[in-house]
Design a protein around this ligand. Structure first.
Ligand code: F0G
Length: 453
């Protein structure tokens, strides 16, 4: 049996060179530019139809019998024929990622904050507890395809630099193929959360903690050089366009959950810009396939200490100046020089985009406020939600518009900052410290409970 023909390609954004399917490249070998994915859209339309027809096709996969058949029960691979037509199923690795909740905050909270139609996309509900589990299975599946179809390349490992979630995800997916594929992760020393560090070690990655004054950005430069020198390594950072392809499914899932109506706004936390690129790409494609009838507006949310894109927007899109490394509570998005910036520059002006940055105090308060309402949002998710709150102050219309904020990871990856908010120092807004009862008796406990209620 011959190979099925790939109906996708990666094209260099600078010189338009096309990546050969049988080479291990994350960037263009001619000019070093990043790749952007392109699909044979006419072929896809032929296969799955257009507009209502394609909506029905995806609804039938998700809610029908095919959902029982590997890998179609995955929130990533149920879209396989649309995101990566012609990719060999035998190379696909799914851990049943995606299909995360679109959480609707309780009415009391929506009333308090004056946002009647806010939803939060709970991306912490995937296998390694972050949104990285959408792009990573695609990148790891591609690494596996290279092993199967191009053994002469000698692919032996996937490698990445990370602020903690990419590494956890790479380690989790590679773990499944441990007998044939290892994972190597470069982490900025003591700059990622203990939970994320533990994940990479638990899943068996080779973990290298790097002391570098530029934090993640320094690790990123080093891993690129490392992979260039070691061609048996597949770089699985979002510089690798296969990551973007899987990441496109967050937007698709949001549209499907909203019965194929685009929300008015989608707010996402932006670090390296991979997720933003995938979101923009996915919205444009969904519109062109008639899955939605208009583009959502985008809210680009960054932490104050790492707000390169916000400053770029404030300069009227004339000055792009990566800042210096500073800590932020939203450590997973602490990136000064977003790798995908050249991609974003090609896409951003098709959209209405609002740019906001959020300080650490606001990140903590919003997180605690939403946790109290049952939403397990992480500090980065809090940046997205806080940006929505800022946008609401600027535009009254948001009050009754459908807004989706993406919470990119589970809160339990970031317990240090939660404990700090609830227990340490002076009492903070929405803090909920525990009470200690010494020499316990039921009476004393009752006293403590009553005085606290
Ligand atoms: N939120 C979380 C929880 C993240 O881990 C990241 C990035 C972002 C938001 C920003 O997304 O980079 O696509 O703009 N984490 C990366 C990592 C860089 O190594 O885990 P982005």
């Amino acid at each position: 049996m011959g190979r099925i023909k790939p109906r996708y390609l990666l094209k260099c954004i600078k010189c338009e060179a096309i990546k050969p399917h049988d080479e291990n490249l994350y960037c263009c070998s001619v000019c070093g530019g990043l790749f952007m994915p392109e699909r044979d859209e006419a072929f896809i339309k032929q296969q799955i139809g257009f507009g209502t027809e394609s909506q029905m096709y995806f609804d039938s996969i998700r809610y029908g019998r095919l959902a029982q058949r590997y890998p179609y029960g995955s929130g990533v691979f149920m879209w396989l024929k649309y995101i990566l037509p012609g990719f060999p199923e035998k190379a696909v690795l799914s851990l049943k990622e995606g299909l995360t909740d679109l959480f609707e905050p309780p009415r009391w909270l929506k009333r308090q904050i004056g946002l009647n139609r806010l939803y939060i996309k709970m991306e912490g509900q995937s296998p390694s507890e972050s949104f990285k589990d959408r792009g990573m299975p695609v990148a790891v599946s591609e690494a596996r395809r290279l092993q199967l179809e191009c053994p002469e390349l000698g692919i032996s490992a996937v490698a990445c630099a990370s602020t903690g979630d990419t590494s956890a995800s790479a380690a989790a997916y590679a773990a499944y193929y441990r007998d044939v594929l290892r994972s190597i992760v470069f982490l900025p020393f003591e700059k990622i959360s203990p939970g994320q560090l533990a994940q990479a070690m638990m899943y068996g990655a080779l973990v290298v903690a790097i002391k570098h004054r530029d934090g993640f950005d320094g690790c990123m430069r080093l891993i690129k050089e490392f992979c260039a020198k070691n061609p048996s390594m597949v770089l699985v950072n979002s510089a690798n366009a296969f990551r973007l392809i899987g990441q496109e499914t967050i937007a698709l899932e949001i549209f499907q959950d909203l019965r194929w109506k685009a929300p008015r706004w989608i707010s996402i936390p932006v670090g390296n810009g991979g997720n933003l690129t995938a979101l923009l790409l996915s919205c444009l494609r969904a519109r062109d396939h008639g899955l939605i009838d208009r583009l959502p507006g985008i809210i680009v949310a960054q932490a104050k200490n790492t707000n390169t894109l916000v400053r770029w927007a404030r300069s009227g899109f004339t000055k792009y100046e990566p800042g210096k490394f500073h800590d932020t509570i939203a450590s997973a998005m602490n990136i000064q020089d977003p790798v995908s910036f050249p991609r974003i520059k090609r896409l951003y002006d098709c959209f209405e985009i609002l740019y906001y940055d959020v300080d650490d105090r606001q990140i903590q308060e919003t997180r605690a406020r939403f946790n109290r309402a049952g939403a397990d949002i992480c500090p980065q998710g809090s940046v997205a939600v806080s940006a929505v709150l800022q946008a609401r102050d600027d535009r009254r219309s948001l009050q009754n518009e459908v807004v989706v904020a993406v919470s990119t990871a589970s809160g339990l990856k970031f317990i240090d900052s939660a404990i700090d908010h609830h227990l340490n120092g002076s009492r903070k807004r929405f803090a909920n410290p525990y009470r200690v009862v010494e020499n316990a008796s039921l009476e004393k406990i009752e006293q403590a409970v009553k005085s606290a209620l």
